[in-house]
Design a protein around this ligand. Structure first.
Ligand code: ADP
Ligand code: ASP
Ligand code: MG
Length: 626
């Protein structure tokens, strides 16, 4: 029998009436011939209120007790929803995360799922129940309650869909069979005998679907019919908190079709599906903002191999995901590294960072009240001049860019918090996001894709992956020696300057790939970008010509001798271990990193060309790729 996982967010279970409405949706799905699992969040703003309450008791609540507290919100919702379904005359049973065997690691408040057992779920479903599971929570191996991080109920929903898809159970390479803990002989369970159950996952919320940007901030934001897993991964990681990044990661990894839709209507929502050709016809599918970011600058550390590794390993050990990493080209043996973290993590970041940087002879500075504005779209892979269009839109409304990074399907800039919404609106308009994307409006075709969404990996691999559900997936490392780098120093840090430079380079018909930009000293910025090696001289000339018209002190230099390594996968940024392992592998071999770009699906680093091949081998070995 097909299985539907429905997830109701906080707003969808905020009142008794809404809980009855959710109960009705679950019952209708069961009556349509499905088994139904419902995952619920805490009601309304319960989680925020509980956090606030804890803060009134102590400034830094212990993480274990925080999880004990926060998990209660979801427990209230599951009991009420089970009662609602029973009141309407149907069978329902509620379970906490621990009761259904969602086992996580022990990083309280941001735990990662290690395994899920399906036995109890299956028994309850087979007995005709609608099964209601508390989102956002699990239990560690020592029996402590854990939570999965804000927005974690989406993760629970998709993870349940992923495990339930795997038929009767899953063979784990290290630990035997999951989902068949009843002591049965596992020798009969080969991958072939694990028939896949058709599953889908509907994530209900208070809006009609995923919009081109937050409709509360930009009035002409438009609902998308379809978005690809990769686009949604990037959008979510740059601030579109409509679906949690980790849930999309699961959906892509395990081939679960996802639909984000309204709990207050029956209209079709937004499908999140594998990439299709028509998606790249336009440059961008959405824009997003992270309002509360903080910028950290590590200044005057030795420009030597291993330095980035020491810095980022210290932060990754605290499970803090850094973004927009920018390494300025070193001068006189010293380098500066800039990056951003969520504002709420600044204190923790500084406390681990300061001792490390002090030992390296450098210093740390930081800035709050900055926001990150990003644009995302599959079309960026094939269209040129995208960054330039974004920079021009920001220059037009006099917004200064404090940092820039590009990925293959996203560009992010850091701006003053006061300019955030203005910047988001300008960018949304510049890319015509209020207009339907050509090819959209074909939800039927998209649905067809969604229903046969194939997992990215072969089935056997999937079984192994489920054994360590949230382990990182690094799928490829590529060496690119066809690029050179232009570095601009001393560019006056004013709105419009960057835009003028990239306009000049675009006018010369040169395709710019990786861009990183960072303030170097007060009032001045350093920006580096890569161009095809055959264009490097022309790019240099075009840049120098335009710099002359901007400021006498600004200068540009070309370095044809670079190699770029591109590591692709899923969850490359949010899994803090990826950057750590990458930098560690390069540091171990004494390879210096000159430029870094991070995104959810790709991390690129630039090294000296003569070390390129060796760096490639080091990274392949680190991620077990042959
Ligand atoms: P819940 O989990 O409580 O159901 P969500 O996490 O789904 O809530 O968040 C829904 C809210 O996210 C919407 O009310 C909307 O204002 C906001 N939002 C932000 N960015 C977007 C976007 N790109 N598309 C749709 N909604 C967005
Ligand atoms: N209740 C949790 C939160 O507010 C989890 C969720 O809603 O997904 O973050
Ligand atoms: Mg949510």
């Amino acid at each position: 029998m097909p299985l539907v996982v429905q997830k109701f967010g906080g707003s969808s279970v905020a009142t008794a009436e809404r809980i009855m409405n959710a109960a009705g949706k679950a019952i209708r799905a069961q009556q349509a011939g499905n088994q139904v699992i419902v995952v619920v969040s805490a009601r309304g703003d319960t989680t925020d209120e509980l956090i606030e309450l804890a803060k009134q008791i102590c400034a830094h609540p212990p993480a274990r007790e925080m999880d004990m507290l926060l998990s209660t919100g979801e427990q209230i919702s599951i009991a009420l929803l089970a009662m609602a379904i029973q009141t309407l005359g149907n069978k329902a049973i509620s379970f906490t995360g621990a009761q259904v065997g969602i086992v996580t690691d022990s990083s309280h408040t941001k735990a990662r799922i290690k395994s899920i057992s399906t036995e109890r779920l299956r028994a309850a479903l087979d007995a005709g129940n609608i099964v209601i599971v508390a989102g956002f929570q699990g239990i560690d191996e020592a029996g402590n309650i854990t939570t999965l991080g804000r927005g974690g109920s989406d993760t629970t929903a998709v993870a349940l869909a992923a495990v339930m898809k795997q038929g009767s159970g899953v063979r784990s390479q290290e630990s035997g069979v999951r989902g068949q803990e009843s002591g049965k002989d596992d020798s009969s369970l080969t991958p072939d005998s694990c028939l896949l159950t058709p599953v889908s996952c509907d994530i209900y919320t208070d809006v009609d679907g995923i919009f081109t940007t937050d409709p509360r901030l930009v009035a002409d934001a438009r609902k998308l019919d379809v978005v690809s897993y990769d686009e949604m991964l990037e959008l979510a990681s740059v601030g579109a908190n409509v679906v949690s990044s980790r849930s999309i990661e699961f959906a892509r990894k395990f081939g679960v079709p996802l639909q984000k839709r309204s709990s207050f209507s029956e209209i079709e929502g937004t499908w999140i599906v594998p990439e299709a050709d028509w998606m790249s016809e336009v440059v961008a599918c959405g824009a997003a903002m992270v309002k509360d970011e903080a910028r950290v600058a590590v200044i005057n550390v030795p420009d030597q191999p291993g330095v980035s590794h020491q810095i980022f390993a210290a932060i990754a050990n605290k499970n803090i995901a850094v973004d927009m990493i920018v390494q300025n080209v070193g001068t006189s043996g010293k380098a500066s590294i800039g990056f951003t973290v969520p504002a709420g993590e600044l204190e923790a970041t500084l406390s681990v960072l300061e001792p490390v940087v002090l030992k390296l002879g450098g210093r740390v500075s930081s800035e709050e009240d900055v926001s990150k504005v990003s644009i995302v779209g599959t079309g960026m892979r094939t269209h040129t001049g995208v960054a330039q269009r974004m920079f021009a839109a920001l220059a037009e409304v006099s917004v200064n860019m404090k940092m820039i990074t590009t990925g293959d399907i996203k560009i992010s800039v850091l701006v003053d918090k006061a300019d955030g919404v203005k910047a988001l609106r300008a960018v949304h308009q510049a890319f015509g996001l209020e207009k339907p994307r050509p090819g959209a409006g074909i939800p039927i075709a998209a649905r067809a894709v969604a229903t046969d969404a194939k997992p990215q990996a072969a089935e056997q691999d999937l079984l192994a992956q489920l054994a360590s559900m949230e382990d990182i997936v690094v799928s490829d490392v590529v060496l690119d020696t066809q690029q050179g780098r232009i570095t601009i120093a001393n560019l006056p840090d004013l709105p419009g300057n960057c835009s003028r430079v990239f306009q000049a380079v675009a006018a010369a018909g040169i395709v710019v790939d990786m861009i990183v930009g960072n303030p170097s000293e007060p009032g001045r910025a350093q920006t580096s970008f890569s161009v095809p090696i055959q264009d490097i001289q022309r790019a240099l000339e075009a840049t120098q010509a335009v710099l002359k018209t901007i400021d006498a002190k600004a200068s540009a230099a070309a370095d044809p001798n670079i190699a770029r390594l591109i590591v692709s996968g899923i969850g490359m940024r949010t899994h803090t271990g990826v950057a750590r392992r990458m930098f560690g592998a390069l540091a171990e071999r004494g390879i210096n990193i000159a430029m870094i770009n991070t995104s959810e699906i790709r991390v690129s680093v630039v090294v000296d060309r003569p070390r390129g091949q060796e760096a490639l081998e080091a990274l392949k070995a680190t991620f077990n790729l042959t």
